[in-house]
Ligand binder design. Structure first.
Ligand code: SF4
Length: 510
């Protein structure tokens, strides 16, 4: 048996098609399910087919066994673990502390995700944290990889910590229905790659043309990191759950669900594996670097069957493209359809014209340019005035006035570290359930929020408003640093002029 390359090596080696498998730990290690997982790990370690085994972290927003427990067992068995690492349950200090622990244990492969909104918890719903978003977390880990320089003012600060060899990936969804929902996903991917993502895994979906679109986009935009396609092994039971819309960001149509049922009647429990094998063949054929298998039961014999079938299908993968076209008929595709292959031509589709910018947006931009553009118009006078007010008896009154006005206009939450100017004058603190600063999570459905399905996703609205100004591509440039909680409740205007807000992280204020 040839030696199995590590996950990292497999991604770096030309000609190797990377295969990873996702394990979902339950709550207790004393249940039969856990013993099945351990059995799976033992069987997989005797074989050479898997390059990595990923472990979810509180998947679906529910508590579960912490992923490093299985990570240790997987590593001890000689397999390469990939730990999911989300922002939903930990603030930035706990995140850093957990990263030190991961480094100590040699658990360096991480899949960075925003995370599903916490739902069920002990005696009630858990508090959502989301102190950092995925872009921030990738940046923090990149800093740790280089050797983390602790600032002078930090306890034990002024030193550089030894580098930690993390290897981290991120997720993107090409399966969004509308332009204003899809492009912010792609734009955020630019920020993730710039933040140091080493690999990318897609969201789950069943539209080959969408998978192909992402591949084309990444090539065209020189997002030069390996891309793995998620392949969901979906039986009829799981199809019914997904159809109900309870899995954030994942959808299937009634027709696709009916097909799953029919195939299961015909081929029995192997139907889901055969369908997944076809999708693996299609992804490999179109040029994906590998696949991430999820949803399959932890039975290694099933994985062998699946991969052997995929091998069988590979020589005629084009035949299966037509079986994966499950998107609503009005879905936006970035590229023109190739009628021959059923995939895309490398030519972009026309995008709809932007709507007219609302007057309030234009007026806010006008005021912002007058007062908040460094060096321009009234900026110097406003800065002088701010330094006089700061620390004086006027400051509390000034702060009150600012926030009364901003509460009325923007539903302001007094964060003190204002990002209205970057986000088309929509407040992420009050209007994004996860308070995300650098783009959407993957959970939206048809442009609506994962957490509050009656509300449109903040980033869909930000995109539309920026597009109306001809500035939507701002969402792929730079990044917005995390909120500084020191500033909560203090005047964001004073903080801006006195260099205390997030603009201080940039050499020249944005
Ligand atoms: S970003 Fe902060 S300061 Fe600005 S409107 Fe929202 S809560 Fe208020």
């Amino acid at each position: 048996m040839p030696p199995r390359p590590s996950f990292r090596e497999s991604l770096a080696t030309k000609g190797v098609f990377t295969i990873t498998y996702e394990l979902v730990p339950g709550r207790s290690t004393r249940l039969r399910e856990f013993r099945k997982i351990i059995r799976f790990v033992e069987d997989a370690s005797q074989d050479h087919r898997l390059h990595g085994v990923s472990i979810t972290e509180n998947a679906g927003g529910h508590p579960a066994l912490s992923p490093e427990i299985l990570g240790r067992e997987i590593k001890a068995a000689g397999l390469d673990p990939i730990l999911h690492f989300s922002c939903k349950d930990k603030n930035r200090n706990q995140i850093e502390s957990t990263l030190f622990a991961r480094d100590r244990e040699g658990l360096h492969n991480l899949l960075i995700i925003t995370g599903d909104y916490p739902r069920y918890g002990f005696m009630g719903k858990a508090k959502p944290v989301f102190d950092l978003d995925a872009v921030h977390l990738l940046r923090l880990i990149s800093a740790m990889e280089k050797g983390f320089e602790l600032p002078e003012e930090a306890p034990g600060g002024g030193v550089k910590l030894p580098p930690m060899p993390f290897f981290k990936g991120c997720v993107v969804s090409p399966f969004k229905r509308y332009e204003a929902e899809l492009l912010p996903q792609y734009y955020k991917l630019h920020r993730k790659v710039a933040a140091g993502a080493h690999f990318v895994i897609t969201q789950v979906g069943f539209d080959a043309r969408k998978f192909h679109e992402l591949l084309l986009y990444m090539k065209e935009e020189s997002l030069d990191v390996p891309l793995l396609g998620s392949v969901l092994v979906m039986d009829y039971r799981l199809a019914k759950i997904i159809f109900r819309g309870v899995v954030p960001g994942v959808r299937i149509s009634r027709a696709f669900m009916a097909r799953v049922e029919k195939e299961e009647e015909k081929w029995g429990p192997k139907a889901a594996l055969i369908r997944a094998a076809k999708l693996i063949a299609v992804l490999k054929g179109m040029g994906y670097k590998g696949v991430h298998i999820c949803g399959a039961k932890p039975v290694y014999q099933d994985i062998i069957f699946l991969l052997e079938k995929a091998q069988e299908f590979f020589s005629h993968w084009q035949e299966f493209v037509g079986e994966f076209q499950d998107s609503p008929p009005d879905t936006f595709y970035l590229y023109r359809k190739d009628p021959e292959s059923g995939l895309n031509l490398p030519e972009r589709n026309e995008r709809a014209n932007a709507a007219r910018a609302p007057f309030s947006l234009l007026f806010n931009c006008f005021l912002h340019d007058l007062f908040f553009e460094p060096g321009k118009a009234f900026y110097p006078q406003a800065k002088k005035l701010a330094s006089k007010i700061s620390g004086s008896r006027l400051e509390p009154l000034f702060t009150k006035l600012e926030y009364s006005l901003k509460k009325f206009l923007f539903d302001c939450e007094r964060c003190g570290d204002c990002t209205l100017g970057e986000l088309a004058f929509l407040c992420p603190q009050s209007q994004c359930a996860k308070g995300l600063l650098n783009g959407p999570c993957g959970g939206s459905q048809d442009g609506y929020c994962e957490v509050y399905p009656e509300k449109r996703c903040l980033y869909v609205r930000v995109y539309e408003r920026l597009k109306a100004l001809g500035k939507e591509e701002k969402l792929k440039e730079g990044f917005i640093p995390p909120r500084d909680w020191n500033l909560a409740g203090t005047s964001s205007w004073l903080n801006f002029y006195l260099g205390r807000d997030h603009h201080r992280h940039f050499s020249s204020p944005k």
